[in-house]
Design a protein around this ligand. Sequence first.
Ligand SMILES: [Zn+2]
Ligand SMILES: [Zn+2]
Length: 111
Amino acid sequence: MYCYSCKKYKPLDNFSKSQRAKANPSTNGNESRGKMASCQLCTPPTNSELTCSLCEKTKSLKEFAKNQRKFHDLARCLDCMYELHTEGEVQRAMDLQYKEVAEMAEYVEEF
Ligand SMILES: [Zn+2]
Ligand SMILES: [Zn+2]
């Protein structure tokens, strides 16, 4: 069977059932005719785990935000996202405090 991703003919074993069905209209009605199949090497892993690019822990997909799942090499788990987020919050809070202090200093100078 032909893989449209790596552009090679590969044994059927290298294709998942869904990819085989895609390429073979007879198993799936006429609608899928001409759909491009790709071998398992070219198909992103559909297993339920991802490795976080920050803490380098392998976690289940549940631990990743949906929009992170497509970044297979750069995915960040929710823990790391949360940490980044709170770090950002802390930074913003510190900036605000700094502004307030600066404003107060100005205020004091006026009097
Ligand atoms: Zn391929
Ligand atoms: Zn992480």
